[in-house]
Design a protein around this ligand. Structure first.
Ligand SMILES: NC(=O)C1=CN([C@@H]2O[C@H](COP(=O)(O)OP(=O)(O)OC[C@H]3O[C@@H](n4cnc5c(N)ncnc54)[C@H](OP(=O)(O)O)[C@@H]3O)[C@@H](O)[C@H]2O)C=CC1
Ligand SMILES: [Mg+2]
Length: 392
């Protein structure tokens, strides 16, 4: 017990990237570490903004494995006064491509930075008690443990080194974090450090071949938005693929900026996949509806990408009606902003997790006592097409 309440500190590890214009990846592993504290409640979170603990990572050799069931039980004990989890089902998208290898389950999720949720987002219908980190982190972990993704692509992570990295590494994941250069979290009093993108994969399923932290540019200018791209090799099949996570610039009026960031990301992914010779999965909060230019760039790219969640629609051509739904002072915001793009010739989507219904979300929308983020998680099971037709 008390798995949730252990906190680790360690040393920063930097590995080099072979891709031009991209930053070296700050990946966990190979560091020195020490067990730091027993109770998370003793964590002085404001200290994280004075000392860059978010740049350090622990030594996995010192981490005891956790039984996921034990962690889930612990989460449920913390959440016992809350309403039960929403039921969401996987929709079978039967393809004619039987695969001899187990599917690759990918989760895309903007988990809502704690500092932004409490200090900046203005969720006027969400009680502050629903946002308490000690409980909200359990709702996030419960969601991850419920679906057990092989790969986890997260945005707005501002509790990487004190929560997700130590716990997920003990569940068998290898993680990488790339904070935003000027995270708005840092403007919030008692923040826990910058937010950023995080990418986790199960070490027993994949071997890391290459990792790149990318600071996105727009019209050649460096921006505040980032991406992580990793080439992984499946241990079962020996096949390689590239997985990327990003969080593009938010807000209306920034459509051309997002479009430029998308072009930069596509260019980086072209280089990394050698012109899509390696199959690609791109997860992200694009902060863009399907009508926006950046969406169209991805849909028409020479990387031959399709958006997985379109497959849930009757004709396979329409994105879901929403992936985020919240009420701010400015009013109700219901948008489709989150996507899982994949190489449509090399990969098949075997199933996808259905979204929450309007009834489940409820009149006060998200986040809520039942659901920890204003964005829904997206989860897909992918398989490699057995006989790629040569056009990835
Ligand atoms: N110190 C410095 O010199 C600099 C500081 N900064 C800081 O960074 C901030 C901007 O960073 P940037 O990366 O461009 O931020 P973004 O505009 O991309 O938004 C940051 C976050 O705000 C959320 N958000 C979106 N819409 C709203 C809204 N209407 N109200 C409240 N929150 C919203 C987004 O969530 P979601 O994606 O879920 O919609 C996102 O995570 C500045 O406000 C400043 O604090 C930036 C540059 C320099
Ligand atoms: Mg947000």
């Amino acid at each position: 017990m008390y798995l949730l309440f252990e906190v680790y500190l360690g040393l920063r590890v930097v590995s080099s990237s072979s891709f031009p214009g991209v930053y070296p990846a700050c990946s966990m592993g190979n560091g020195t570490s020490r067990l730091y504290s027993a109770l998370a409640k003793t964590l002085n979170s404001s200290a994280a903004s004075q000392h860059p603990e978010y740049l350090v990572s622990p030594d996995p050799e010192h981490l005891e494995p956790i039984d996921p069931k034990e962690l889930l039980e612990e989460c449920r004990a913390v959440l016992h006064t809350r309403p039960p989890r929403f039921q969401r089902d996987f929709v079978d998208l039967r393809t004619d491509c039987p695969s001899s290898h187990p599917p690759i389950r990918v989760m895309q999720w903007n988990i809502l930075a704690q500092a932004l949720g409490e200090g900046k987002d203005n969720f006027v219908q969400c009680p502050v008690e629903a946002l308490k980190w000690e409980e909200r982190k359990c709702l996030i972990l419960e969601e991850i443990l419920a679906y057990q993704p092989d790969i986890l692509c997260l945005q707005e992570v501002d509790h990487y080194f004190d929560t997700f990295q130590p716990l997920l590494s003990r569940l068998g994941y290898q993680g990488t974090f790339f904070p935003k250069p000027w995270s708005p979290c840092l403007d919030v009093e008692h923040n826990n450090g910058p937010d950023g993108c995080a990418l986790f994969f199960l070490q027993n399923r994949f071997k890391l071949v290459n990792s790149a932290n990318i600071r996105l540019t727009a019209m050649t200018l460096k921006t505040n938005q980032v991406a992580i791209a990793q080439t992984l090799e499946c241990k079962e099949s020996g096949r390689q693929f590239c997985i990327a996570v990003t969080h593009l610039k938010a807000r209306t009026g920034w459509e051309r900026f997002r479009s430029a960031q998308g072009c930069d990301l596509l260019q980086n992914l072209q280089n990394i996949t050698q012109g899509a010779k390696i199959p690609l999965i791109v997860c992200g909060d694009f902060n863009a509806e399907p009508t926006e230019e950046v969406y169209k760039h991805f849909a028409s790219s020479s990387l031959n990408l399709n958006s997985a969640y379109k497959l849930l629609s009757a004709d396979g051509q329409s994105e879901p009606p929403y992936t985020t739904w919240k009420i701010r002072t400015s009013g109700e915001c219901r948008h489709t902003l989150d996507y899982i793009w994949y190489s449509k010739h090399a990969l098949s989507v075997k199933s996808a997790l259905d979204l929450l219904t309007e009834e489940q979300i409820g009149p006060n929308r998200l986040p809520s006592f039942n659901y920890p983020s204003d964005h829904l998680s997206l989860v897909c099971d992918f398989s490699f097409n057995e006989e790629p037709d040569g056009l990835l």
